[in-house]
Design a protein around this ligand. Structure first.
Ligand code: AMP
Length: 299
């Protein structure tokens, strides 16, 4: 397996200034695996309830996602409800129902344990730790999180950050976790815990990558019609790790290219509600937007 992801598979209810969606397919692991599936093979580890629509499982399968690690149990699927005002960088959570995630014990299928890359998407850091301990020690691991877990589970979250190769966070989450205003200072504090690299996502203002010797800044792709920013961070991560895993090249120039692929995937994701835009997206469209990115960032 090239990439294994653990995270939420959700039914999202979302309102933005441009429309709304009720109980649509969402979740951090969903957005990640859909984006990564355009680049390489992905194995999904998550739990859903018996109310989860079969058509969503079919959709994940048509994207080529390996669902052997997706457990269905009695009970209700994880639900998240939120809204955005005109500042689309700021999601306002109305309700989070963990439901079947409360008693989830991830069990990785054998074929997932030898994965080359592991993405610990936004979910309870204790579940992230359980998955991390099941994969081979050489897997290149990357974690993400959100304010919900920074506030409720700071101890296990710190443990995860200590043990991964790379850490992704939103700028506001990094400020909250690191208790500093500066992005550079946040990145240094995160790297002091263990990761060799940190990527700080700034929504419509792009992303910053830090290592102990470099700093790379990528803008976000300018789009005219944003519908729903939910999942932008996870599709960024999917494009980013999808490119790294499909090339197997962890050199710095390739990590920079991966950040651009991540930005491209995030830009497509926000053009529709939930995963809607990705149902029609093609690899040619991804490459075309990657080339435009080259042009607009060249000087
Ligand atoms: P993003 O916009 O990339 O930060 O991720 C949005 C996705 O995260 C949504 O589809 C939600 O279902 C999911 N989500 C929201 N809150 C949580 C949470 N506390 N734990 C796990 N996933 C969540």
């Amino acid at each position: 397996m090239k990439i294994v992801v653990v995270g939420s598979v959700a039914l999202d209810t979302v309102r933005t200034p441009f429309g709304e969606g009720t109980e649509i397919l969402g979740g951090s692991a969903t957005h990640f695996s859909c984006a990564a599936s355009f680049f390489t093979e992905v194995g999904l580890v998550a739990v859903i309830g018996d109310d989860f629509p079969a058509e969503h499982i079919e959709f994940l399968k048509t994207r080529g996602i390996n669902t052997a690690g997706l457990q269905m149990v009695d009970g209700r699927t994880f639900r998240w409800e939120g809204f955005y005002e005109y500042d689309l960088n700021q999601a306002h959570t109305v309700d989070t129902q963990l439901n079947v995630f409360e008693h989830f014990k991830p069990q990785l299928p054998e074929e997932f344990k030898q994965t080359e890359f592991l993405f610990l998407a936004n979910i309870d850091p204790e579940l992230q730790l359980q998955v991390l301990s099941q994969v081979n020690k050489d897997a290149y691991s990357v974690c993400d999180t959100m304010n919900f877990w920074i506030e409720r589970k700071p101890g296990p979250l710190t443990e995860i950050i200590k043990r991964v190769n790379m850490c992704l966070m939103n700028d506001s989450e990094a400020r909250e976790f690191c208790r500093t205003f500066s992005m550079l200072d946040s990145a240094r504090r995160l790297m002091a815990l263990g990761p060799q690299a940190v990527i700080l996502k700034k929504g419509e203002h792009g992303a910053l990558m830090f290592t102990d010797s470099t700093h790379f800044a990528a803008p976000a792709f300018p789009i005219e019609e944003i519908k729903d920013p939910t999942g932008a961070g996870d599709s960024f991560a999917g494009g980013f790790l999808g490119h790294l895993a499909s090339t197997g090249d962890l050199s710095e120039p390739n990590i920079r290219r991966a950040i651009i692929y991540g930005s491209v995937m995030a830009s497509f994701n926000v053009e529709g509600f939930g995963t809607a835009r990705l149902t029609t997206l093609t690899r040619d469209e991804i490459e075309a937007r990657y080339q435009v990115f080259r042009d607009i960032t060249w000087f």
